[in-house]
Design a protein around this ligand. Structure first.
Ligand SMILES: *[C@@H]1O[C@H](CO)[C@@H](O)[C@H](O)[C@H]1NC(C)=O
Ligand SMILES: [Zn+2]
Length: 494
């Protein structure tokens, strides 16, 4: 078996595990009363129910967002107020509950808040995953406020919301936030969830086995991203000023603290996405350093592993498991600065936050169908020579962010003749490409690209080998020393 074939097989196994179905599962539940909500959270299908229930509650309140920190109650109230004031632009749903029972609220901002727009991308921001990294949480509330109040007057925002569904999870770790202290720039109090787990070390990992017990917050996000095909995502953090892109982990376990780059086959795209954020930011792109003792990041971007490697991070998971390009956005040197500094953080990040998401409209998009024009779901796709694959949705849709150039798309579905199609990407608009797959006549099938059927979830560390060289063996005392060091190192930074 050639190395290429092995790689493809690996990717196909990943793809088979992915569930990117049901865009109308992305409908929204409105169970804001506690009892109802627990039930709806169990169903985890984000079904909608009438929004009108809550409209009267806020009928006389002005719609505003202050530059103060919003605890869980205040945040919830603001989100509900938003849906009552902007029912045709927003929807609120819960993807589950934290350890202490707080809802993990997601607000959709879009001209189609309740339903996926077929052919148009869904994107997301996840903030406050580390509970004490509080700026990100407030940025999300301000972003929501900005988008809904600009829709009528700002053509760019209108275009974005007409063509994109933006899902915003302002706090992935609401329990951690509640025990964090305003004015605390560093340290770990409030970083972890209520059971002491670091949520950004709690995801399945592409390179190493992650034995940490999955936490409810992580499970909720995993379920969410398996139901909605997100094209692009930002994970917002604090404690540094940099856009950090995959991979966060590295196949090299013994010497991983040397912080060597661990690059994806989409490195050009990830660098570009990171630069869009950093260069639209008031300071990040200049490589401003947070401490005089440490240098800033060149152009305000870095590869995650080149900064410091970590196992179980969310961005590698999004990219490898779900074909969603996620970048970690470190938006403030101080994790939880005094509230009077919030106006400046908002001004510094506002443009970046909007421009970053619009990058979902770059590259290729289209549909895969059979020769009767019926959409084909879960078709395994990959851009030739970029060995991290992705899949079609139940409407046969696919998206992939790519920079201008000429590429080949490889499409494989069991029972169909695989195809390879050349296409071109330009700068100004996405390339639309519809692909028809024909039923395979012969049983012995294609020779170039045939994934094995697998119904069990993969054993991550066994099946999902590193994309390049040998699978590392992380065992023994050196490895545990090194991972201990990583934990220490990881909690200093974002
Ligand atoms: C691609 O297919 C979709 C869905 O069937 C259709 O709406 C669209 O017009 C097609 N686009 C092109 C360029 O053929
Ligand atoms: Zn963080």
């Amino acid at each position: 078996m050639t190395l290429i074939y092995k790689k493809m097989k690996t990717i196909c196994l990943v793809l088979l595990f992915i569930s990117v179905s049901s865009a109308d599962d992305a409908r929204v539940n409105f169970g804001v009363e506690d009892g109802t909500n627990a039930k709806l959270a169990e169903q985890r299908n984000y079904q909608s129910s009438p929004i009108q229930n809550y409209n009267t509650e806020f009928s006389n309140e002005p719609y505003a967002i202050g530059f103060n920190y919003h605890d869980y109650e205040q945040m919830t109230k603001f989100l509900r107020l938003t849906t009552s004031k902007f029912p045709s632009l927003t929807a609120l749903y819960s993807i589950g509950k934290s350890v202490q029972g707080r809802d993990l609220w997601v607000m959709v901002v879009s001209a189609s808040p309740y339903e996926h727009m077929i052919g148009k991308p869904d994107v997301k921001y996840v903030a406050n995953m580390h509970g004490n990294e509080a700026v990100s949480r407030e940025l999300m509330l301000h972003l929501i406020h900005y988008l809904v109040t600009s829709y009528a007057t700002d053509p760019y925002v209108r275009w974005m919301l007409d063509n994109t569904r933006i899902h915003i999870l302002p706090s992935m770790n609401p329990d951690g936030f509640e025990v964090s202290k305003e004015g605390t720039c560093e340290g770990g109090q409030g970083r972890y969830n209520a059971r002491g787990f670091d949520l950004n070390r709690n995801f399945p990992d592409y390179f190493k086995q992650n034995n940490r017990r999955p936490q409810p917050e992580t499970e909720a996000v995993k379920e969410w991203v398996s139901k909605i095909q997100f094209v692009l995502s930002g994970s917002l953090h604090g404690g540094a000023l940099v856009a950090s892109y995959p991979f966060d982990n590295t196949p090299n376990s013994l010497f991983q603290n040397y912080a060597a780059p661990s690059l994806t086959p989409d490195d050009d795209v990830f660098k570009h996405l990171s630069l869009v954020y950093s260069s639209n930011h008031a300071k990040m792109g200049r490589g401003v350093s947070c401490k005089s003792s440490t240098p800033g990041f060149k152009q305000g971007i870095t590869n995650g592993a080149a900064w410091y490697p970590l196992t179980g991070g969310m961005q590698d998971f999004n990219y490898v498991w779900h074909g969603c390009m996620e970048v970690t956005l470190e938006v403030s040197c101080c994790k939880y600065p005094p509230a009077n500094e919030l106006p400046r953080y908002w001004e510094d990040n506002k443009m970046s936050l909007v421009k970053f998401l619009s990058e979902a409209h770059r590259g290729i998009q289209g549909f895969v169908m059979d020769d009767n024009g019926n959409p084909l779901e879960k078709v395994s796709l990959k851009i030739k020579s970029r060995d991290i694959g992705f899949q079609t949705t139940k409407y046969g849709e696919f998206w992939r962010i790519l920079l201008p150039g000429v590429y080949k798309l490889e499409a494989y579905a069991d029972g169909y003749v695989p195809r390879e199609i050349e296409f071109m990407v330009v700068n100004d608009h996405p390339t639309l490409l519809n692909v028809t797959l024909y039923v395979a006549k012969r049983k012995d099938g294609p020779t170039y690209y045939r994934p094995q059927q697998q119904h069990q979830p993969p054993q991550y560390h066994q099946h999902l080998g590193p994309p390049y060289d040998q699978q590392p063996q992380g065992s023994g005392i050196l490895s545990s020393l090194s991972s201990g060091f990583n934990n220490f190192f990881g909690s200093i930074f974002g």
